[in-house]
Design a binder for this molecule. Structure first.
Ligand SMILES: [Zn+2]
Length: 228
């Protein structure tokens, strides 16, 4: 991993969860505290800052007034965080599987996430539910949450996000069935345009047995929708 020199000032701050190599003089790249976290690699902070200044100027603001002075840098750090998933493979979280003689449903409900609508660059947030039918391989449950987190951290549409998660679980775990349901509220529908606060967008992706067998499908939807 290489971080361009323009980003050095940022990678040394807490915001990107990054610390220098153990040996200060070491040429090794920085070590991240949490290797499961997506990285701010590939983000050009300076260009984001310049662009935010242009936008502020273009809407008739004064980017040099006190309250806005640090805004471009703040937005750059925020985008680095929100879009960190662009530069990593979320499937890597599913690389470590365990052989287990279990072929019933595994369901993780209510995985919260916040993503960014690629049409308006406004957040949409909600919960994802992931179920799969193992074929002898299971994965740590928290890894499914890692996948959601990382798929969410890029410019997204909810439909694609739902399918991406389902494809990853199906491909990497060779599951007999996969069901992913995502429910979210979209800022671009609540604060602009049609302005409909409270509207909820639901998407689902069914694979294998959950797509082909109506009984399995009904069973999993019942479990996902069941009151806790
Ligand atoms: Zn939108």
């Amino acid at each position: 991993m290489e971080i361009s020199s323009t980003n050095e000032a940022y990678t040394n701050t807490d915001e990107v969860d990054c610390v220098s190599g153990r040996n200060g003089s070491s040429p090794e790249p920085p070590l991240f505290i949490d290797r499961n976290e997506p990285r701010a690699e590939g983000i050009d902070f300076k260009r984001i800052e310049a662009a935010v200044r242009v936008i502020l100027d273009a809407v008739g603001e004064d980017p040099d007034r006190e309250g806005l002075l640090e805004t471009p840098a703040r937005v750059a750090r925020m985008y680095a965080e929100m879009f960190a998933g662009l530069h990593s493979d979320p499937g890597r979280h599913l690389a470590k599987v365990f052989t287990e003689d279990y072929d019933e449903i595994v369901l993780v409900r209510d995985i919260s996430f916040c993503s960014m609508c690629e049409h308006h660059l406004l957040p949409f947030s909600g919960r994802a539910h992931i179920a799969y039918l193992p074929s002898g391989k299971v994965v740590g449950l928290s890894k499914l949450a890692r996948v959601v987190e990382e798929v969410a951290r890029r410019p997204q549409v909810q439909e694609r996000m739902t399918q991406t998660i389902a494809d990853l679980v199906e491909d990497r775990l060779l599951a007999q069935g996969v069901a992913v349901v995502v429910e979210a509220t979209h800022s671009c529908m609540t604060m602009r345009g049609v302005r409909k606060p409270g509207s909820l967008c639901l998407t689902s992706a069914m694979r294998g047995a959950f797509r082909d067998d109506p009984k399995s499908r009904a069973e999993i939807l019942g479990l996902i929708n069941r009151e806790a």
